[in-house]
Design a protein around this ligand. Structure first.
Ligand SMILES: Cc1cc2nc3c(=O)[nH]c(=O)nc-3n(C[C@H](O)[C@H](O)[C@H](O)COP(=O)(O)OP(=O)(O)OC[C@H]3O[C@@H](n4cnc5c(N)ncnc54)[C@H](O)[C@@H]3O)c2cc1C
Length: 328
């Protein structure tokens, strides 16, 4: 029986979706290795502890809460020192982080501090004896690598959205703890988080993403993509690098090797060729729909549903059908 550690990310006084993903993964890992406990750690401004119970819904037995006014935003030094201290104190079998922007910074720092093995951007895992086998996309997503980690605890950062989030309700105990390093003495301070618009869904959290490529021919035609996203109601808008480089969309919308890596339930690619660098950012999406006038476009190789046709005809009709289906 082994206990598992999960780092639960928070932002703006709320737990992030990836917090539930790491806790749910830790729960599955604990259940698969004899039913140990899941201990979650959350850092944030005073008040974040009020959200702790929600982690119990996904299988946390204990939530360690570290509150401090200076922890409202991510601080590499304090977060890494505190997570490392907690991990070390608990003799855990594995520590789960999100491979989000924050987790990609945090998990390697924690692993390095404690001299532990780390697998990043994990899309599946399985415990086998003393080892953990993890799946991890390699060479820009062209292949799936299976890595075998033998040190304990193994540190895994999970690709957001790639693993199932199932409820496993229990009443979590809450334990207050102090930061392991003085947050007000941090040498690097995040002063601002710029959010595109208050209402726009974050690409990492949206269940549906409608993405546009150069096939749209100009920024003005992105309205087609936005309308389709609005018809779904729970969709964010993404783009290829060709589009962001041309300034049709902000760089923050870019999906791919040098942009965001996403795994939504549904990814709709509109006028996107499917270059390997784009696929690296979206090929683990649960269902992929591609609309392209070229039947040989590489995007169709990863698409579950392909529509060969002119996007200027197809997208408005699709938007209409989605609106009808959603009763809008
Ligand atoms: C180091 C490096 C890193 C990179 N990182 C990224 C990255 O992170 N993300 C990324 O996206 N790219 C990245 N790229 C760029 C990548 O190689 C491609 O150039 C880019 O993804 C192509 O974007 P696109 O699909 O929008 O454009 P194109 O490749 O030009 O494709 C446009 C598609 O639209 C279709 N089309 C045209 N008109 C219509 C129509 N009327 N109806 C339907 N379909 C139509 C065409 O058939 C075509 O398939 C990177 C490149 C390099 C070298």
């Amino acid at each position: 029986m082994a206990n598992m550690f999960a780092f639960a990310e928070a932002r703006g006084g709320e737990l992030r979706k990836v917090a539930f993903e790491t806790v749910a993964a830790a729960r599955r890992a604990a259940d698969a290795t004899g039913g140990g406990e899941v201990h979650a750690l959350v850092l944030g401004a005073p008040g974040i502890g009020d959200r702790a119970a929600a982690l119990g819904t996904y299988g946390a037995d204990l939530v360690m809460v570290v509150e401090h006014p200076a922890l409202e935003r991510y601080s590499a030094e304090t977060f890494a020192a505190t997570a490392a201290e907690r991990l070390k104190a608990g003799s855990y079998r594995a520590g789960f982080f999100a491979a989000s922007a924050e987790g990609r910074d945090l998990a390697p720092r924690v692993a390095a501090r404690l001299g532990l093995p780390l697998a990043s951007d994990v899309t599946a895992f399985e415990f086998q004896g003393d080892a953990v086998l993890v799946q991890h996309p390699g060479y820009t997503g062209k292949i799936n690598l299976t890595l075998r980690l033998t040190g304990t605890p193994a540190i895994l950062s999970l690709r957001p959205g790639a693993l199932p989030v199932t409820e496993a309700p229990r009443t979590a105990r809450v334990e207050r703890a102090e930061p392991a390093a003085d947050p007000s003495a941090a040498r690097v301070v995040v002063t601002e988080l710029a959010q595109q618009t208050a209402t726009a869904l974050d690409l990492g959290e949206a269940p549906v993403i409608v993405s546009g490529g150069r096939g749209l021919r100009g920024a003005e035609h992105f309205k087609l993509v936005e309308d389709l996203a609005a018809a779904f109601g729970n969709a964010a808008v993404g783009a290829t690098r060709a589009v962001t480089d041309d300034g049709w969309r902000p760089a923050t919308d870019q999906i791919g090797q040098t942009g965001r890596v996403v795994s939504p339930e549904l990814y709709v690619a509109v006028g996107i060729s499917g270059a390997i660098q784009h696929l690296a950012g979206m090929r683990t999406s649960r269902t992929i729909v591609a609309i392209n006038k070229d039947k040989d476009a590489p995007i169709f190789k990863v698409a579950d549903y392909g529509i060969v046709g002119d996007l200027f005809e197809v997208v408005p009709r699709l938007t209409e059908e989605v609106r009808k289906a959603k009763g809008r």
